[in-house]
Ligand binder design. Structure first.
Ligand code: GLY
Ligand code: MN
Ligand code: MN
Length: 443
């Protein structure tokens, strides 16, 4: 990685953090600076085994250290990293990442919380950003400065704009998920079990289940209709006609999120046509993205595009306008079109109107949409329309007033194929956008 990329990224992160503190001050948060805590280790209830650790996103923007109790102290426009390396004979010390932050951040190493408290000095006037209010309390940070919502909002607002370094890291994560998709595509050809495929994905990305971007969705046939299908069956698929694979990789804290749906020759021709048309729709939607594009409009356009597909393949027996106006696509496409992508797979900040101001909720028609924010350059989002055959959602339409607009016999034929989702990761540029995953992840 180019050293200068991180140097510029750090300068920008410092600038945005300064701005966020200033915005929060205007909202009544009187903080002398901020403490970004990577987080505290949690344990299962009445158990001495820890829960898999995930570092706090705001901390990771400064340094990709994914273990507990590191702190970035941000005071007077300067960031100082307190790196926590415990003296511990139970576990291997966290890897001391070889990464340019070592050249660009002042670092103090500490080996216990006592040492950390004393090295931090008096931070009682700083805001605490992290998941461990008791730790904040032990630093004498008052409750009013623990995760103040106005500061979190401003930080989340700025986090949606990716630096060149962040786009580079997301692109590297996409490259890794591309390798995983190649591996899983090979296993798809041999109709391997979901369990085998997820193992191949983990090996290809170098991840363990505890540090994936999210639990990969490896869904054969009707399992593809369960949106966040989490089970990974050990037995071979039967029949194994359709595989939906949705996975992420994580590089220096940054995630990718890509989905493909692979088809064997025995798939029903109407389902094959749905998949081909959905692939065209993904490209059409992405081609329309430019700064200023409203994500709610994109969602509507996706919905209309799906209405058109369902009418064209005779799943719906009405006009596209009728299908769209009467909301007949709802049982087939029940989720949001996409979300911001970054340190979190579902990056926060999608409902914000600005660094201050009340969130803008998703419209009633699209309750699961994760962003209502107009797109701006340097943001990264996913575009992921899908068409599914979900009996639970279709059932009410069987007896409803629109029942005659559904081709129930074709729906029953296609239901064992589950569904299709195609997901690409897109960077908004100054005058359009760039599909970061189209060429890297096999279709
Ligand atoms: N894997 C869930 C999503 O694509 O957002
Ligand atoms: Mn996904
Ligand atoms: Mn996604």
């Amino acid at each position: 990685m180019n050293q200068d990329l991180f140097k510029t990224h750090l300068a920008t992160t410092i600038e945005w953090t300064t701005q966020a503190l200033s915005v929060a001050k205007g909202e009544g948060v009187d903080a002398a600076g901020a403490l970004f805590h990577s987080g505290g280790l949690k344990h299962y209830h009445h158990d001495d085994h820890p829960v898999a650790f995930r570092a706090v996103a705001h901390f990771l923007r400064f340094a990709p250290l994914s273990s507990p109790d590191h702190v970035v102290r941000f005071v007077g426009g300067e960031a100082h990293l307190f790196e926590f390396v415990p003296h511990d004979f139970w576990e291997e010390a966290p890897a001391r990442a070889d990464h340019p932050f070592r050249q660009h951040l002042p670092i103090t190493t500490v080996s216990s919380r006592e040492e950390l408290r004393s090295a931090l000095g008096d931070v009682s006037k700083c805001a605490y950003i992290g998941d461990d209010p008791e730790f904040a309390n032990s630093l004498d940070v008052p409750a009013s400065l623990v995760e103040p919502p106005a500061l979190i909002q401003a930080l989340d607002w700025f986090r949606a704009y990716k630096t060149e370094y962040e786009v580079d890291r997301i692109s590297e994560a996409i490259r890794r998920s591309g390798v995983a998709h190649e591996e899983v595509l090979d296993g798809f050809r041999g109709r391997q079990s979901e369990r085998t495929l997820v193992d191949r994905y983990l090996n290809a990305t170098g991840h363990r289940e505890s540090n994936v971007a999210f639990d990969a969705i490896v869904a054969w046939d009707e399992h593809a209709s369960i949106l966040h299908y989490q089970a990974k069956k050990q037995e071979a698929p039967n029949p194994g006609s359709v595989l939906l694979f949705d996975c992420g990789a994580r590089v220096d804290g940054y995630c990718s999120d890509t989905t493909r749906t692979y088809l064997h020759d025995d798939v029903h021709p109407s389902f094959r046509e749905i998949v081909a048309r959905l692939d065209t729709l993904v490209h059409t939607l992405i081609d329309s993205i430019r700064p200023g594009t409203c994500f709610v409009d994109l969602q509507r356009n996706a919905d209309r595009g799906i209405a058109e597909i369902l009418c064209a393949v005779d799943v719906l027996r009405c006009t596209t306008d009728e299908a769209f106006d009467r909301g007949l696509t709802a049982p087939f496409f029940p989720h949001g079109l996409g979300h911001h992508l970054g340190i979190q797979t579902h990056d926060r900040g999608g409902f914000l109107p600005g660094p201050t101001g009340d969130p803008v909720a998703a419209p009633d028609r699209y309750p699961f949409l994760r962003t209502t924010r107009p797109l701006e350059s340097n943001q990264v989002v996913t575009i992921e329309p899908g068409i599914y055959f979900i009996p639970m959602l279709l059932e009410p339409f069987r007896s409803g007033g629109d029942a005659s607009s559904f081709n129930w016999s074709l729906i029953e034929t296609l239901t064992p194929h589950g569904g299709v989702r195609i997901e690409d990761d897109v960077l908004v540029t100054a005058d359009g956008c760039k599909n970061l995953s189209s060429e890297v992840v096999p279709r």
